[in-house]
Design a protein around this ligand. Structure first.
Ligand SMILES: C[S@@+](CC[C@H](N)C(=O)[O-])C[C@H]1O[C@@H](n2cnc3c(N)ncnc32)[C@H](O)[C@@H]1O
Length: 234
């Protein structure tokens, strides 16, 4: 009998680079353009990917610093990866529009995907002109002082890729996002489900662990299915 090889662990799915625009950030995180314009300090977008947030929010008087390990590649190469992310999303939408499109856009995937193209172009131009606003860095360690940001945003990473971020990694990353957030400010994390729409099964335990570290937190409902984890810096 031939010895059988032990089963190999399934490879972790690659983290897509995406390019969501400001309006999709506002809808996902439960924010408004006016609220962003009134913030008393800078915003951190981690992971920023090829999103349009930093470029678009500046027009509202809001300073955004984006952080992502992909910025080490330079804007052109990251934008090329984001074009691949857009193609992957177009495929996913074709297969299951209900899961991947906001309810009001279910029958109009093309304008939705064009909003990603526009955000990607804005990112490329902004990151080329202002490289200091795009910091190459990876959670769970960010190169910012405690309490730097009035608002910290983290979308489509910590809960979207549970094979990459297990519970202990999620806790470390959430504590880091809270650390760089100013007292009285908030860190918002979205979505709270994985790429197949399955809610994080250990959110209650994670929230208790955050409280143990003196990080107050709540779950904000932003719509029938939208939920955002909101942390308040200790
Ligand atoms: C799905 S994109 C989200 C980008 C943006 N927030 C958006 O919604 O368009 C995920 C991003 O996470 C970045 N990433 C991967 N590992 C990371 C880590 N450890 N810390 C921070 N960002 C990471 C990837 O480079 C990629 O750009």
């Amino acid at each position: 009998m031939r010895p059988t090889a032990p089963p190999r662990p399934a490879p972790a799915p690659p983290v897509l680079v995406t390019s969501r625009p400001l309006d999709e950030y506002c809808a996902g995180f439960g924010l408004t353009r006016a609220g962003l314009g009134r913030l008393p300090g800078p915003v951190l977008d981690c992971p920023g990917g090829a999103a349009g947030l930093a470029a678009e929010a500046r027009a509202l008087g809001c300073e955004v610093v984006a952080a992502d390990p992909g910025y080490a590649l330079g804007p052109g190469r990251l934008a090329a990866l984001a074009a691949g992310g857009r193609a992957a999303m177009a495929d996913a939408i074709r297969r299951d529009p209900r899961r991947h499109l906001p309810a009001d856009r279910r029958h109009r995937p093309d304008p939705y995907l064009r909003s990603w193209d526009r955000a990607r172009r804005l990112f490329t131009a902004d990151a080329t002109a202002h490289p200091d606003r795009y910091v190459a860095a990876a959670l769970p360690r960010l190169p910012f002082a405690d309490g730097t940001f009035a608002l910290t945003l983290s979308s489509y990473l910590l809960f979207a890729y549970p094979a990459v971020f297990g519970p202990a990694d999620q806790l470390r990353a959430l504590r880091e996002l809270a650390r760089v957030t100013a007292p009285g400010g908030e860190a918002r994390i979205y979505p709270l489900n994985d790429g197949r729409g399955r809610p994080c099964p250990h959110l209650t335990e994670l929230r208790a662990a955050l409280r143990h570290h003196r990080i107050a937190n709540r779950v904000l409902r932003t719509g029938p299915t939208g939920r955002v984890l909101v942390l308040t810096a200790p």
